[in-house]
Design a protein around this ligand. Structure first.
Ligand SMILES: [Cu+2]
Length: 218
């Protein structure tokens, strides 16, 4: 093979490698879940989420996940939420997964919520059985921790793919908390719900868009 042909092949291989590296960067390293803003009113905001036992689509269809509802009512597979600073935030979570239980029973007590209570299917609740949560919603830097009780293993009409509908078996948990200064606050679930991973703490438990999230306070 003559020299120009060899140079041509090397250049071609270089271009292919570059294109693949670019695809990898765009597809895997820059891909971030969508940011969903809260619905806002004077001095208040509201956020609606659901937790599901299996997301049912995407890269990891069998992973547990959160979803967030946009102000216009569309369910988005994300955990990145934008709320205003120094504001009372009302949260509603539709919890469709079965129980896993808490590793630390301390987390059975809701903390950091207005009034010290959450509402579990409308009932004021100051502590749950540590065996009952399927997930928690916790923002460590705000001292917020909310247990989300699972549905019974034998519940009828369970949801298997998100977004789940209100006609399917679920618990509704509502609570309120106050935001402070602007910033990005990490939030996560503290139930070891990553089935199939070491101690249940891998996979979805370590992945933004599933059981890890960011509260963007602006
Ligand atoms: Cu979880």
């Amino acid at each position: 093979m003559n020299r120009p042909a060899r140079i041509g092949i090397v250049l071609l291989l270089g271009a292919v490698a570059g294109a693949l590296a670019g695809l990898y960067i765009v597809r895997y390293l820059m891909a971030a879940p969508e940011l969903v803003p809260a619905s806002t009113g004077p001095g208040q905001a509201s956020v609606t989420m659901q937790t599901v036992g299996t997301i049912g689509f995407g890269d990891h269809p069998d992973w547990v996940s959160y979803l967030v509802r946009t102000p216009s009512g569309r369910w988005v597979h994300t955990t990145i939420i934008k709320v205003p600073a120094h504001t009372l935030v009302h949260v509603t979570i539709y919890q469709y997964d079965t129980s896993t239980g808490l590793r630390n029973p301390l987390w059975a007590q809701p903390r950091g919520v207005v009034g010290g209570a959450i509402y579990l299917n409308g009932k004021p609740t100051r502590v749950v059985d540590a065996a009952d949560p399927a997930h928690t919603f916790a923002i460590p830097d705000l001292g917020l921790s909310v247990p989300l009780d699972g549905i019974p293993d034998n519940a009828k009409n369970q949801c298997s793919a998100a977004p789940c509908r209100l006609s399917m078996a679920h618990n509704t948990i509502t609570f309120s908390f106050r935001t402070g200064a602007p910033g990005i606050y990490r939030w996560q679930c503290f139930v070891p719900c990553g089935a199939g991973f070491l101690y249940g703490n891998g996979g979805p438990m370590q992945t933004l868009g599933y059981m890890d999230g960011q509260l963007v306070v602006q």
